[in-house]
Unconditional design. Structure first.
Length: 551
């Protein structure tokens, strides 16, 4: 940490971010969980990583730089070799008559400053940047996977161990959720799922395919002599940042064995609700829901919409030493210190329902059920919420209001649904415009009106005939997609007295939605259009995920 804990506490109080009592509570949480105060402040949505960097920089009287918002000349970036830049967490980003400007996670690192001064003969001007920002920029200027592989192949024959390590390291740095290793007639294709979309990353000679398969089977403790049946396993890879858990699925296809690796990285899930893109108004509603000591908080959406990530963000806020939090998940996607996490196991009859029954005998305050899939699980979860437990779970429904009749379809009485549900969060994931190739375009209000109700357009863009929106032109950084990174579109439904009456009267979801909107609920389309207005995402992306026809 660049400043002492006492200095940080003084800054927090001086800037009126917290009062003394609340700050004292968080200091105790940090002590009990054996972590630092900075991590607790960021995880619990008290302050963002970037704003904390700005505060620290102001205190130290060192300028702060956001690298993701600037373009760095290639020759300047290469002043520090990539390997050293990663280890020292530094990035040169500008060079002029005054010297070289150096972004540093730790500007007190005089050793690297002295080294660069001797190497270049120029003055080094330190700037503060966050570690996350530096890591992202180092990824952006990295050689692509095919180029690295070709260089490796030109120097010597590549071993399966080196190749598998190379693929996993690149996938991790790319923040890929999955790696597909697909045998074709003449080659093997490696594809990464980035921001929900598969990208071709590497073509391997076919003769290396069996070696890669065997290496992954050995690491996963799967049968190396079995080639005609599906196999599932898992492996763990030690990386500088973390021990990475990977789920492995192998299936035989016509051209050989296809492998899909699912990367279960806790590093990529270290997000607060604000980082995930939730608005302050919706955050307040969600906070009101999970601050209650009992009831249900539900997250809804299709597979891959970020439901579990949002629940994890809430659990990290609730995770204090004076409560018992127990989860039952399929799978446990990443471990959180202080939580009792249970993995379902069909072979031992450890299902969501049976596991939940056992959890309730473990004296929990807060329970997270990975998914409510059936009437039995729904009934037990609702009873737990009625008897003084806070229950968090996920449901597969299209919007927030549909979750209510979905529970009654699972044979939960309407009056029990009305009594137990505190708040419902519906969400989708949208891709963010790449900052490195962002460009503006003009669109007319009449073009928008072809797909969006005119009242909605005026609500967000007023009466402007020409509307300026943004998109990504496509560049190396975003693999020519125009997008880099993702965040959520949210629809948060608080269960008010009027909505409770509608639930008890068995009103359909459309009626409930209209009532919620009249009470101030922001729909996912509204949330998306606000993000378009703020140049965070594109109109096409919002249309795609909210099921509105694209322009």
């Amino acid at each position: 940490m660049l400043i002492t804990e006492e200095q940080l506490k003084s800054l927090i109080l001086k800037n009126k971010i917290l009062d003394e009592k609340k700050l004292g509570e968080l200091v105790q949480i940090a002590k009990d969980s054996k972590t630092d105060l900075v991590s607790v402040l960021v995880e619990k949505d008290i302050i963002s990583d970037e704003n904390l960097g700005v505060l620290t920089a102001d205190f130290l009287k060192i300028p702060f730089i956001i690298l993701s918002k600037i373009s760095i000349p290639e020759d300047v970036f290469r002043i520090v070799p990539e390997r050293i830049a990663r280890k020292q967490k530094v990035v040169p980003f500008s060079r002029d008559a005054n010297g070289i400007k150096l972004a540093m996670a730790n500007p007190k690192n005089t050793e690297i400053i002295d080294l660069l001064t001797k190497k270049t003969g120029e003055k080094i001007i330190p700037y503060i940047s966050t570690e996350r920002d530096i890591d992202n920029v180092l990824y952006i200027y990295r050689k692509d996977l095919q180029e690295t592989f070709n260089e490796l192949l030109a120097k010597k024959s590549v071993s399966a161990t080196e190749l598998v390590d190379l693929i996993i390291n690149y996938a991790y740095e790319d923040k890929a959720s999955d790696v597909h290793i697909e045998p074709e007639e003449k080659d093997t294709l490696i594809r990464f799922r980035l921001d929900g979309v598969l990208h071709d990353m590497l073509t391997l000679p076919k003769n290396l395919h069996d070696q890669v398969v065997t290496r992954i089977k050995v690491l996963s403790r799967l049968r190396t002599d079995e080639h005609l049946s599906p196999q599932d396993g898992k492996l763990r890879v030690k990386l500088p940042e973390e021990d990475l858990d990977i789920r492995v699925s192998i299936v035989p296809i016509v051209e050989g064995e296809k492998i899909v690796l699912r990367l279960l990285s806790s590093h990529f899930r270290q997000f607060s609700l604000i980082d995930l893109g939730i608005s302050e108004k919706d955050l307040e509603k969600v906070t009101n829901g999970f601050k209650k000591s009992y009831g249900m908080v539900l997250s809804t959406g299709p597979t891959g919409s970020g439901k579990t990530t949002s629940i994890y963000a809430i659990l990290k806020i609730l995770n204090t030493r004076n409560v018992n939090i127990t989860t039952i998940e399929d799978p446990v996607e990443y471990r959180i210190a202080g939580l009792n996490q249970i993995q379902t196991n069909v072979k031992t009859n450890l299902t969501f329902a049976s596991g939940l029954r056992s959890i309730l005998r473990q004296d929990p305050n807060i329970v997270f059920v990975g998914e409510i899939r059936d009437s039995e699980t729904a009934g037990i979860a609702v009873n737990a919420a009625l008897t003084g437990h806070l229950v968090l779970s996920t449901l597969h429904t299209n919007d927030a209001a549909t979750a209510l009749p979905r529970l009654t379809d699972m044979k939960v009485e309407p009056f029990l649904v009305a009594s137990t549900v505190n708040v419902i969060i519906a969400q989708r994931l949208i891709r963010k415009i790449c900052e490195m190739c962002k460009t503006s375009v003009n669109i007319t209000q009449s073009e928008l009106a072809a797909n969006i109700p005119i009242e909605t357009i005026k609500k967000h863009f007023e009466n402007n005939k020409d509307i300026r929106i943004y998109k990504g032109a496509g560049c190396k950084v975003c693999h020519n997609s125009g997008y880099s990174g993702r965040l959520g579109l949210f629809e948060v439904l608080e269960i008010s007295k009027e909505i409770k009456k509608l639930i008890i009267d068995k009103s359909d979801s459309d009626v409930i939605t209209r009532q919620a909107i009249s009470e101030g609920m922001t729909t996912m389309l509204d949330d998306g259009l606000e993000k378009v207005k703020k140049s965070v995402t594109t109109l096409e992306e919002v249309m795609r995920v909210t099921k509105v026809e694209t322009l």
